[in-house]
Design a protein around this ligand. Structure first.
Ligand SMILES: [Zn+2]
Length: 269
């Protein structure tokens, strides 16, 4: 019988299976926080999330609070949550296109939120917009001037959301395409390869699909893929397991789980 991947001596999969951790820090670049839609989440409050991160060795989770994205919890309140867990929590400032005054107010404060705020989170479809709509111009120009990360929600309908055209307009911002334009893989590839070398694919939801990580690594290279989970929607053990079970090299796995982020943001952030 073929040896199971976690039985392979000295492999990263064996290390996680036997010790519950890896010998390097993991960065989870896509999280949320708090209740949403009456769904039961086992770990959605800050203390529980941080305890969970410590179990598997997540150095930083970069999240956007569910209630910020729905408009009820302003970004400045989320900064205060991060301050309570300065070692572990980092945030994306949530951008709601309908709230133009709030966007300006928050971005005027953004520099004072370092090191907690590392970038912006944009969900065009949830907010009934395309990324190319003018309501995002101010925030995207702000990110472009400062070369900030911008995590953009994408799915298979990304081609209809003005994603590619907008990426072309901002050569300095660092765009992370959440869910890798799930299903529209060729479009995701184009977004990475035909822009300004400033676009990465973020893996949330992909590790649950067998064979897609391999496909994406083949298309864009592991240097262009970042790890994320949507915690508390998905569990980091499941997602890390998906990466370690993929038929890619251990160098690829390391790129995805930590090296790429350290190349983008450094080791100390
Ligand atoms: Zn998300």
């Amino acid at each position: 019988m073929k040896e199971a991947i976690w039985e392979k001596k000295g492999s990263l999969a064996e290390q996680l299976w036997n010790t519950g951790k890896l010998d390097f820090p993991i960065y989870d670049m896509h999280g949320h926080m708090g209740p949403a839609y009456g769904i039961y989440f086992q770990n959605c409050m800050p203390a529980d999330m941080v305890a969970h991160m410590k179990r598997i060795g997540i150095k930083h989770l970069v999240f956007s609070h569910h209630e910020t994205l729905t408009g009820f919890k302003p970004n400045p309140e989320v900064v205060e949550i991060c301050r309570e867990y300065p070692e572990h929590l980092r945030m994306y400032a949530g951008i709601i296109p309908q709230r133009t005054e709030e966007i300006k107010r928050d971005l005027a404060l953004f520099d004072s939120w370092k090191p907690y705020a590392v970038g912006l989170k944009i969900l065009p479809i949830y907010h009934n917009h395309k990324l190319s709509d003018k309501e995002y111009d101010y925030a995207l120009s702000f990110a472009d001037e400062r070369a900030l990360p911008v995590l953009i929600h994408t799915w298979g309908n990304a081609p209809e959301c003005g994603i590619y055209e907008t990426l072309c307009k901002y050569p300095n911002a660092k765009f992370f395409l959440a869910h890798c334009c799930f299903g529209a893989w060729e479009y995701a590839e184009r977004c990475v390869k035909e822009t300004h070398n400033n676009v990465w694919l973020e893996l949330t939801a992909v590790p649950g699909e067998r064979g897609i990580i391999e496909k994406l690594v083949g298309m864009v290279g592991s240097e262009k893929i970042l790890f994320g989970t949507d915690l508390p929607w998905f569990d980091e053990y499941q997602a890390v397991g998906g990466v370690l079970s993929a038929d890619i090299t251990e160098d690829d796995m390391r790129n995805i789980l930590y090296r790429n982020v350290e190349n983008i943001l450094g080791k100390d952030w």
